[in-house]
Ligand binder design. Structure first.
Ligand code: SAM
Length: 291
């Protein structure tokens, strides 16, 4: 990607979001949801839901190889490896910001029920598989689509949609359940820690839910922390419009630092994906942390 392309990337995404305003209005009018239509925060979330339904599949297609490798334990130092180098996803999984279930089919492959992918997870040496999933998603439109997707991929008996923000998962008055501290084997989240409120506090809450020895699988966009101060300034400038057009997403969060410093980790492997430009305005991190 050229420097010009990376500088334009946030604006292209905001423009695409803007293009979804008419469809969002039409959908809210058709649903007679005038409360959301006339609430700035509600409309922002609805717009993001409509936008992500279009853009999400492209983002998934561009990252599927990387994410499958991550879940198979084949990512190290931001690079996809040929061999398994760390623990694949297993046990009770909490999917943060599950959206409309874009990754549900990929998770299904790790339950040992699907055998047509040819991926490494079907080999004997790759973990014991996923047994239960909590999909945490507060956007009501996305949570509904998530449940539909879960049914489509046949995970309805093990995938529980949790229709609240991550900040409420341990609060039984907020939803029909409670996730106990130290009860989760793995946390999985794709491009979601940019969107949760009070990031440090809620990353800490997630850390507490993870069992000792549990794994957190991460793919996130983060603040520009290396390179020119001009690039950092430019990212902050882009974030002004970004916050409106991208739901609750923030461009300039130091998610890597929040994850590294949340508590004691046995092992951390977080790095910029090796195939992404060093000068990106939307840099990413990929990897795992072991508690
Ligand atoms: C960029 S989308 C990614 C969705 C999904 N992970 C994917 O890759 O398609 C970010 C998601 O985070 C969700 N989100 C926002 N606030 C949240 C919160 N407090 N707790 C959990 N998820 C939240 C949004 O509703 C949205 O679905």
């Amino acid at each position: 990607m050229s420097l010009f392309d990376t500088l334009m990337e946030p604006w292209v995404l905001m423009w695409l979001s803007l293009m979804h305003v008419p469809a969002t209005i039409r959908a809210l009018v058709a649903a007679k949801d005038y409360g959301t239509l006339f609430s700035p925060a509600g409309f922002r979330e609805a717009l993001f839901g409509t936008f992500w339904a279009t853009i999400g599949p492209n983002i998934k297609a561009g990252n599927e190889e990387r994410i499958v490798a991550l879940l198979e334990g084949r990512v190290k130092g931001g690079r996809i490896q040929d061999q398994v180098v760390s623990t694949p996803i297993y046990g009770t999984v909490l999917e943060v910001g599950a959206g409309s279930g874009m990754w549900a089919d990929v998770l299904a492959r790790f339950t040992g029920r699907v055998d047509d992918t040819g991926g490494l997870h079907n080999r004997k040496n790759v973990g014991s598989g996923i047994t239960k999933i909590y999909g945490v998603e507060p956007n009501p439109i996305s949570a509904k689509a998530l449940q539909k997707r879960v049914n489509e991929v046949g995970l309805q008996d093990i995938y529980h949609v949790v229709p609240v923000g991550i900040e409420f998962v341990d609060d039984p008055s907020a939803w029909d359940g409670k996730i106990e501290p130290g009860s989760v084997d793995c946390i999985f989240g794709i491009l979601c820690l940019c969107s949760i409120p009070e990031q440090e506090k809620n990353i800490h809450l997630l850390y507490k839910l993870l069992k000792p020895g549990g794994h957190w699988f991460v793919y996130e966009h983060v603040k520009v922390s290396h390179g020119s101060p001009l690039l950092r300034f430019y990212q902050r400038f882009c974030n002004i419009g970004w916050s409106y057009f991208m739901g609750s997403c923030q461009l300039c969060r130091d998610t890597e630092k929040s994850l590294r410093t949340v508590g004691v980790w046995q092992k951390i492997d977080l790095a910029q994906p090796s195939d992404q430009p060093a000068h990106g305005v939307i840099p990413h991190i990929v990897g795992t942390l072991k508690k």
